[in-house]
Design a protein around this ligand. Structure first.
Ligand code: SF4
Length: 478
């Protein structure tokens, strides 16, 4: 079971109740996970519910209104390799009932469970939980019980933390602790909320904007911060020159209003669209984005090429599940795509340059082309992300190679990007298909490629501790 989520933690130095801000922040991070959510406030059982934050607020306003505290953490979750249960929703309690070293933890990322299990066996701890987060929590807890400080606990466990983690922790001593893995796969930032004198830690700066907090900076890879009555303490548990920020955050996952590593996600997407126009300049009548994440890239393509932009596909926002994102919930993909409507006046009879963020499994793209755009004269599809040939073990949900369309169609022996473009175009049913390349992706985002992860495009997993053993979905469920 993997966790790929959004996190938030708030500490008010002046004792203000932070729960309303936690809720607002979580709502703004809802694009990162929609299966379950939870918050933990000192001295109370974590409050966890399935579904969206807004649904719980509607259903249980009185219960939520009773939650109050000046320090707390929150989490929105999605997982797709097992059923979503409240037990696995975050924040998780680790050793809270046993002693003062207990804490609640919320995690965004994925960690290899086997390596953590080995570490815990060395500590004499045989059964420590089924999720990566529970194992990491237990590992930290064992180190804290030995008298280590938080930064020492992360330092000691770090060799066994294989993968990605951005995490917020609420300690039994009402301290907020937050750490980001040494490569910086997943985003994590800190802000300041003036009115309540609060430090706010969040997956993305859009959560700070939502509550009126100011972005101070990104938490650095390998950094740990603690917030308590004494203020902010900044420490390091690891220093690595080679960072591995996930470009998928910029092209798809993060909110376009967020800034990550000082870079506007919106601007990065638009830049990538301009780069696609430079690399794939051809004739067309209109540029159309696949809603919603490809919209800035389509704008960039249109600006650079001079071909008019049209909202040829629209999501129906008023259907109950209109906000579901097709990548997050594969089993609901057809339903999500059915919420996309083609604007006939904009697409019928036209040569479309369709822009999408990526192709993972290809299901949505095929349905859009076959069902929604069948009256178009011609469809050319351009992708902001390079061909995805290898699984992700660092927090984005495509953990098996068998599900990846580019791999299924081309294997890993394709000789050139042109060959991949041609084969995938045939499979999707478009006249032409063009993937971005790694150089274009890196240039568009504005981060050198040796500071990006890219494992899913290259198969090079040197940014994690050991190469993962690829498994099938069936094997993963066992
Ligand atoms: S493997 Fe791909 S999706 Fe996963 S962290 Fe790396 S770049 Fe991002």
């Amino acid at each position: 079971m993997e966790e790929h989520c959004g996190i938030i933690g708030i500490f008010s130095n002046e004792g203000h109740n932070v729960v309303p801000m936690l809720l607002l922040g979580l709502e703004s991070l809802q694009h990162r996970g929609q299966e379950a959510w939870g918050i933990a406030i000192h001295g109370k059982q974590p409050y966890k519910r399935t579904g969206l934050v807004s649904q719980s607020i509607e259903r249980e306003p009185a219960e939520i209104a009773r939650l109050s505290g000046h320090v707390g953490i929150g989490h929105v979750r999605y997982s797709t390799t097992s059923t979503s249960t409240l037990e696995n929703a975050h924040p998780l309690e680790i050793g809270v009932a046993s002693d003062k070293k207990g804490f609640c933890i919320a995690h965004n990322g994925t960690l290899e469970r086997e390596l953590l299990t080995e570490a815990l066996k060395e500590e004499g701890c045989a059964s420590c939980g089924v999720t990566d987060t529970a194992l990491m929590g237990r590992g930290l807890y064992e180190n804290l019980r030995q008298g280590k400080s938080w930064v020492e606990a992360f330092e000691a466990l770090n060799p066994y933390l294989n993968g990605a983690f951005s995490t917020v922790i609420l300690t039994s001593e009402e301290e907020l602790v937050s750490a980001r893995d040494e490569r910086g796969f997943r985003p994590l930032c800190i802000g300041w909320h003036e009115e309540t004198c609060s430090y706010v830690l969040a997956s993305e700066s859009c959560a700070l904007d939502a509550i009126g907090a100011r972005l101070l900076r990104d938490i650095q890879p390998g950094e740990l911060v603690r917030v308590n009555k004494g203020g902010l303490v900044e420490e390091r548990f690891s220093v690595q020159e080679r960072h591995a920020h996930c470009p998928f955050e910029y092209t798809y996952f993060a909110h376009p209003s967020s800034r990550i590593e000082g870079i506007s996600v919106y601007a990065a997407r638009k830049n990538i669209g301009r780069i696609l126009a430079e690399g794939y300049g051809f004739e067309g009548d209109v540029v159309v984005p696949v809603p919603d994440s490809a919209r800035p890239a389509a704008l960039g393509y249109s600006e650079k090429s001079g071909i008019p932009f049209e909202e040829g596909l629209m999501k129906d926002r008023y259907k109950k599940k209109g906000s579901w994102r097709s990548f997050i919930e594969p089993e609901k993909r057809e339903e999500v795509v059915s919420n996309i409507t083609a604007i006939k006046d904009a697409v019928n009879g036209k040569r479309l340059i369709l822009i999408d963020d990526s192709i993972v499994r290809g299901t949505s793209s095929r349905i859009i082309v076959e069902k929604k755009l069948k009256e178009a004269k011609e469809v050319s599809l351009l992708l902001t992300f390079p061909p995805i040939m290898y699984p992700c073990y660092m927090g984005i949900d495509f953990p098996t190679q068998e599900e990846l369309l580019a791999y299924r169609v081309c294997g890993t022996t394709a000789k050139s990007l042109d060959e991949i473009n041609r084969k995938v175009a045939e499979n999707i049913g478009v006249a032409f298909l063009g993937y971005n390349n790694i150089e274009g992706l890196s240039k568009g985002i504005g981060i050198p490629k040796d500071q990006l992860c890219l494992s899913c495009a290259t198969g090079d997993y040197s940014c994690i501790r050991r190469k993962p053993k690829f498994k099938t979905r069936k094997e993963m469920k066992r």
